[in-house]
Ligand binder design. Sequence first.
Ligand code: ADP
Ligand code: MG
Length: 324
Amino acid sequence: MANNASPEFELIARHFMRPAQNAVLGVGDDAALVDVTNGMDLAVSTDTMVSGTHFFPDVDPENLGHKALAVNLSDMAAMGAMPYWAMLALTVPSVDHDWLGAFAKGFFDLAAEFNVSLIGGDTTRGPLSLTVTIMGEVPMGAALRRSGAKAGNDVWVSGNLGDAALAVAHRHGRLVLTEEDYRDAVMRLYEPTPRVALGQALRGVATAAIDVSDGLLADLGHICRLSGVGATVDLNAIPLSRIGARHIGSDAGRTAIVAGGDDYELCFTAAANSRESIAELSDMLGMPLTRIGQIRRGKGVSLLGGDGKPVKVDGRGYDHFSAP
Ligand code: ADP
Ligand code: MG
């Protein structure tokens, strides 16, 4: 490093410059260089997180570092792509090395787990916000898109849904979790597990896929709109944690579970003759994969209760620009 390195460059060098494992050139030059494998499509995605909108201002910086990368890895998972490279654009109100160190730890611990290299970014002063761009590879033509669902397909979801949104609902006073349940649920909110291996295993099996970030009904709605179909979801089939099971009976609990979001599970569609291979995949990955409904002709997502009647839900997923 030059003797007269600027404070900004020192900050970058101290917290964000690590050897890039799988890049030709990482942090430090005007641009990073990556070597894209022949026969692969480059998958690219960006997600921004703004204080007060995407996380509580008092969030633990290590959790935040994890989450900023996790939500982007989740987009790679939803495309069936293998993530390799990340860029981090960071806006912070002041230089707080303890905060930055903890943030970097959360980010790099998760990056190491998925063998992802931070190859560049930008650092500016202002209200706290983070933008991560992730890049990965997927065999040409094999990416999982939102647009491939067909009438008659099954609708599936990984893991279980609702804990993250239940933690948010508790924070906002819309329902009350026990202390222990809140502690567990909030970890799902702050440290989601991106389903990267699942996404890749679903190539050639899923007809469409999306990660559940805005809420099951909203995200499945995106698949439906882009595929020109409708969907029916069976409320009783939605996989829940013990916390979700305790709250699905209340209006606020049900709303959080089906419309709340922040789960980062994968929702995907597949032909009925894929049921056996999906069950095998579930065993292989040690992860529940649950059939929750059906794609049909028409449009929109309907949620049906045990009696087969439609269930009304207040929220329909998070939309940044909808009227309050
Ligand atoms: P420039 O003036 O060309 O925009 P910068 O001074 O912003 O360059 O960045 C210097 C180097 O540090 C670049 O390689 C950039 O990608 C990298 N960088 C800046 N901020 C970050 C960050 N928060 N995380 C990772 N790399 C960063
Ligand atoms: Mg810059």
